[in-house]
Design a protein around this ligand. Sequence first.
Ligand code: SF4
Length: 310
Amino acid sequence: MHYTGTIWRPPYEASSLIIEATAGCTHHRCKFCTLYDDLPFKFRPSPLEDIEADLLEAQTWYHDPLRKAEERLFELDKADVSRVFLAGANPFGLKTHHLLKIAALVRTYFPQCQSIGCFARVTDITTKADEELADLARAGFNGLTIGIETGDDEALAFMDKGYAAKDIVEQCARLSAANISYAFFYLVGISGSERGIKGARATAEICNRTHPWLIGANMLTVYKSSQLYTEIQAGSWCEAREVEKYEEVKELVSHLGIPVEFAMLGASNPVMLHGHLPEQREQLLATLDAVITDIGEERLRHYRTNLKHL
Ligand code: SF4
């Protein structure tokens, strides 16, 4: 398989067939981000020949009769691929005609495949016309994961995310109109010390005007190679305490008024959490309270400073 560097995927894409469509990120400017530091270039779309070769290789694996027998023996359900996840920071930033060619290849090798997902930046949607989004939906694109990070405009601008909170609402409305569903990633701590509550309220406000099926919260972990670390050293930004980050999550969970899955499942979270809102709001808040009182700042910070890799 043509995999380049570390391959990142959301936890809920664990059973999807992962095909690399791009390597690196078209934006590559967010101050906290170190995800693609291991690549010797900023961004590279995968050649269609590489994608086709990977689909062919995967098809061999899935359609191997001996493998099938092994699956029956162990009662594994890998008879076919129902979902493909395109790897890369933001494959949705590829031109529509290129994405449609990838979808056609997926259909050729895995006719049973029901949907194709990938990470998308808000600005990747902006550059596509409504008709293009509709074409992509018809081709199977659905369940995008968008790292909105926050609805706090000040934090978005400081971190150089390249869009404002209102863009999230506008572009997600266009996705919904095209019948493309999406999940959000929220970055806990992005608003900085003593601004988390404000950031959480602004984010809840944005989320309440959109329709994500899931909000996945990840906690800010500052690595020395990031631009944010330099800002902290220069005294121009101050990181929130760990307990403060959990107070921020509580504020978000309390203010979300839409039906949505809420999850904290990535490695940046010292405690894994998952529940459906609004039904499980009280259980989620009770667990968050328990993390604050029973684990406390020192042990949470110990986890953060010893987290070598996200
Ligand atoms: S858009 Fe995502 S992958 Fe790209 S630099 Fe920002 S956080 Fe990193």
